[in-house]
Design a protein around this ligand. Structure first.
Ligand code: FAD
Ligand code: EPU
Length: 343
């Protein structure tokens, strides 16, 4: 059985680099391994809700307290082709595989569909949690199914695309079934023939700058990597968890009122008639961009990203997010929602 460590710092296990402690910590790399660990802690599990936290790369978590339960790091590996047809190849990846390495594997094997999702930190197992997305693509576009183990029922359950109820940075795992399932592996349906999506303005501009004439999976991936590296802080250098808030959705009529008052406001029309606002713009307009209080700050190149310059605490970051949320509400009458999972 895996070793269960006691009272350990999880600073190196979360990209915000918050120095919180876990009462108990262990890693698992198979279903048998997971079952043994859960069995050994059955008493805690029965006595207390949310006593288990499944951890991937720790890139979408903010610890505002020590974790007085068991953190289980998912290290299930393996990438394999499980089915092929005329147009698609179905690839199953273990939850503990690094997401970007998985993207590179697909590109190397000429499998299309995830190239726009290059360089997103974290692991495959967390990708369905919030239906990760970037540059006009979300994993729901290539998702086929996943297998997850129910911690209390002790059963493996298969989830199809419909079962996951994917939305913008949402799925059943993020709220409805929060902390109930351990995602073990995910199967993606990749395309043999690429259907390039370069609708996101910045990609086209970057491809031009790169002098790309013929689109390829590698070129699109590299363009995305270049754009991301130019504005998102590298967690290895400055602690962060990507966008701290979601981009809020408002009605078309509310957008018309806000645009007349704030002519520069950035919004994208949605098929349902609503408008998605760029939260980064709202936050910047409230004067937060580049703001720093102690070691907690708002990134100087991307206002939607909160950062830890070194020794910020989880509550320091959380309190800053609360101040930002209140000020955006006061100025624009728009309620921001946190994207990052708060522990
Ligand atoms: P973790 O942070 O470890 O976990 C996140 C949540 O999922 C937690 O609630 C955890 O308990 C749960 N969880 C993790 N693994 C499992 C599992 N196997 N079974 C059950 N529950 C599990 N996100 C985007 O969508 N688009 C972006 O463009 C993007 N850019 C980012 C850029 C930076 C610099 C950073 C730091 C983050 C960014 N993110 C982005 C957020 C983050 O990368 C994703 O949310 C990623 O999927 C998190 O993966 P993880 O393995 O680190 O998850
Ligand atoms: N903007 C500003 N000031 C800022 C930041 C942004 O005015 O400081 C405005 C600009 O007009 C810019 C627009 O906001 O054109 C959009 O900015 P950007 O392209 O950087 O994207 P974003 O909306 O801030 C979203 C996702 C990112 C994803 C990118 C690319 C959310 C919450 N965030 O960011 O995802 O990588 O688009 O698709 O949807 C994440 O979820 O962690 C994440 C990084």
């Amino acid at each position: 059985m895996s070793i269960i460590e006691k009272n350990i710092s999880i600073k190196n296990y979360n990209t915000f680099a918050i120095n919180a402690y876990a009462d108990l910590f262990a890693a698992f790399n198979s279903i048998e391994n997971l079952k043994e660990l859960l069995q050994s802690q059955q008493q805690i599990i029965n006595n207390r809700k949310n006593s288990i936290l499944i951890l991937g790369g720790g890139s979408n978590l903010l610890f505002t307290r020590n974790f007085d339960g068991l953190i289980l790091k998912n290290e299930i590996k393996g990438i394999k082709i499980i089915k092929e047809d005329e147009h698609h190849i179905y690839i199953q990846a273990g939850a503990g595989e690094n997401w970007h390495q998985f993207v590179l594997f697909c590109i190397e094997h000429n499998l299309a569909g995830v190239e726009n999702l290059s360089l997103i930190p974290g692991n495959v197992g967390a990708s369905p949690m919030q239906n990760i997305g970037a540059y006009g693509v979300e994993i729901k576009d290539v998702f086929h199914s996943l297998e997850a183990y129910h911690i209390h029922d002790k059963k493996m359950v298969n989830f199809t695309l419909n079962d996951c109820e994917f939305g913008y940075r949402e799925s059943v795992f993020k709220k409805k079934f929060k902390n109930e399932f351990v995602i073990m592996d995910v199967t993606f349906r990749l395309n043999r023939i690429p259907n390039f999506n370069i609708s996101y303005g910045a990609i086209g501009q970057e491809l031009e700058k790169m002098g790309v004439k013929d689109l390829s999976l590698q070129a699109v991936s590299q363009a995305v990597i270049n754009i991301r590296s130019s504005k998102l802080p590298d967690p290895a250098v400055i602690g962060n968890a990507g966008s701290f808030f979601k981009n809020p959705e408002i009605s078309g009529s509310q957008f018309a009122i806000l645009s007349s008052k704030f002519p520069g406001i950035v919004g994208y029309d949605l098929p349902n008639g609503n408008v998605k606002l760029a939260a980064g713009w709202l936050i910047e307009q409230c004067g937060w961009k580049g703001y720093r209080k102690g070691d907690a700050g708002c990134h100087e190149k991307q206002a939607l990203v909160l950062v830890n310059y070194g020794h910020a605490t989880g509550t320091g970051i959380y309190d800053l997010s609360e101040e930002i949320l209140q000020s955006v509400n006061a100025k624009f009458g728009v309620e921001l929602e946190r994207e990052v999972n708060i522990v």
